[in-house]
Design a protein around this ligand. Structure first.
Ligand SMILES: [Zn+2]
Ligand SMILES: [Zn+2]
Length: 305
């Protein structure tokens, strides 16, 4: 099976703790690694959990709070020291290049690779990357500053034709590509053979959604419908729902309510406030609404779908 799996590098909100790093996830799609947020210490975590730096060509930064991007300049410097030459695509707020400009200027002579900046749109849902393996969609969240979530949808590729049917219906080579693309077939006698008879049913594409730093947004259920794994921040438990609202964050109960309404396969909660030494109150709260909830932990690897 083609890899589609997530590694958790950081699970803390604003303040890192001695056990938790700030937010960073790595999604492996077919041995390509997408880095999602890059909190302080991300490169140390990448080393610790043996993610190959050279396979990271795309970085997605949800917003410009330090716990989501302070690890980026260190990572770029390390890429340079490792002699990286591949282009690096960074999807972020349009002002991030300006913020890093001075630091990058001082590294400039050493950086042998090209950084291609892709500004995010915080007003509407956008497809920001679409290739033969994956589609990445950004969508606006509701936070103190402009913030985006990301939906990664696997491409399933063309259908597979059932070999015996080629002989049975005397299908010519030139027709095979059309059948794989979904066309019906007309045999010698003029009879229409439905595509479903000739091909193996495709599995639904696997989907991973990253929803960080946001007030509870019930309307996201449309974008997130049927997602296999939903990562949703759960900075607080419901006793602090007033504080969650004031700081544009969510409670574990709200994360679970959204997971339930979008029919997620599994909910992963993270971005925990430093006040929780033990997060069992958060996971218990989430599971009381949505039983298939799990706690994000540093180093955890989750196979999606
Ligand atoms: Zn945060
Ligand atoms: Zn934030």
């Amino acid at each position: 099976m083609i890899p589609f799996e997530l590694t958790i590098l950081g699970t803390s909100s604003a303040l890192p703790t001695s056990k938790r790093y700030p937010t960073a996830h790595v999604l492996n799609v077919c041995e390509r690694f997408f880095l999602i947020d890059c909190g302080e210490g991300t490169q140390i975590q990448l080393r610790k959990y043996s993610v190959k730096f050279s396979r990271i060509n795309h970085i997605f930064i949800s917003h410009l709070h330090g716990d989501h991007y302070f690890g980026l300049i260190g990572l770029l410097s390390t890429f340079s020291l490792l002699g990286r030459q591949n282009d690096l695509h960074i999807f972020s707020h349009s002002e991030l290049p300006e913020i890093l400009k001075l630091q990058l200027e001082y590294l400039q002579n050493d950086i042998m690779f090209k950084i291609i900046w892709h500004p995010l749109n915080f007003k509407r849902k956008m497809v920001i990357l679409d290739d033969e393996k994956v589609t990445v969609t950004s969508f606006p969240l509701k936070h103190r500053v402009s913030c985006c979530g990301f939906l990664f949808t696997e491409k399933t590729g063309p259908k597979n034709i059932i070999k015996e049917k080629i002989t049975e219906y005397k299908i010519l080579v030139r027709d095979i590509q059309f059948i794989k693309a979904g066309s019906d077939f007309i045999d010698e006698s003029g009879k229409v053979i439905p595509n479903e008879v000739l091909t193996i049913p495709q599995k639904a594409p696997r989907k991973y959604a990253f929803v960080t730093d946001t007030s509870y947004l019930p309307k996201l259920k449309e974008i997130l419908e049927g997602v296999n794994l939903l990562y949703h921040e759960a900075t607080y438990d419901k006793r602090f729902s007033k504080r969650a609202k004031e700081t544009f964050h969510s409670t574990a109960e709200q994360a679970a309510t959204l997971a339930q309404s979008c029919h997620a396969g599994q909910l992963l909660i993270g971005h925990f406030s430093a006040r929780y030494k033990d997060v069992s109150i958060l996971i218990d709260e989430a599971r009381s609404v949505f039983p298939s909830s799990v706690v994000a932990e540093e180093g955890m690897v989750i196979k999606i779908g």
